[in-house]
Ligand binder design. Structure first.
Ligand SMILES: [Zn+2]
Length: 170
């Protein structure tokens, strides 16, 4: 069954304008190329109106592990990914998922900005703030499984130096 959902045509000019507006509304600078968290992840159209890190709990979906939540399509894909891994004897935990704006500010203070050699996205630009990224507790075997298989579920290892950080791209 095909569900017709015109609002998720992500790369329409309207979407691009909305994305720029959403980024401006939280005081974030335009995405500079190469800045993690802003380059190519697709922000769900239904979440744009809330803004990065400002998404109410009800607008996100459980990923079936602890209290972790992601945007709905990412959550559904992640549940499939995690089940597929488990079916092959690969188990791993989740250390972070959706991250609200205040937590992004806190993380940037503690870990430093990625653009300055640290590990945090500029607050208001993190893919965690759109419910699109997860941080995983991966051992070598699980990391190898992710690198071989995560793409089938839409998850991409898209930040150099952060092999725990996986972003939903489709
Ligand atoms: Zn992360």
């Amino acid at each position: 069954m095909t569900i017709h959902r015109p609002e998720v045509r992500e790369f329409s000019p309207t979407f691009e304008s909305a994305l720029v507006a959403a980024q401006s509304s939280v005081g974030a600078p335009r995405a500079a190329s190469g800045v993690p968290g802003t380059k190519s992840a697709r922000v769900p159209a239904e979440l744009l109106r809330f803004g990065n890190g400002k998404i109410p709990k009800d607008a996100l979906s459980s990923i079936g592990i602890g209290q972790h939540r992601l945007s709905t399509r990412a959550a559904v894909a992640f549940r499939s990914l995690h089940a597929a891994a488990a079916a092959e004897g690969i188990n791993f935990g989740v250390t972070d998922s959706y991250r609200d704006y205040d937590s992004q500010v806190d993380l940037a203070k503690r870990k430093g900005l990625y653009s300055e050699g640290g590990l945090a996205a500029r607050p208001g630009t993190s893919d965690h703030g759109w419910g699109l990224a997860v941080d995983l507790d991966l051992d070598a075997k699980a990391l190898a499984w992710m690198r071989a298989n995560a793409g089938k579920f839409g998850f991409v290892e898209d930040v150099p130096r952060e092999s725990w950080h996986w972003t939903f791209h489709s």
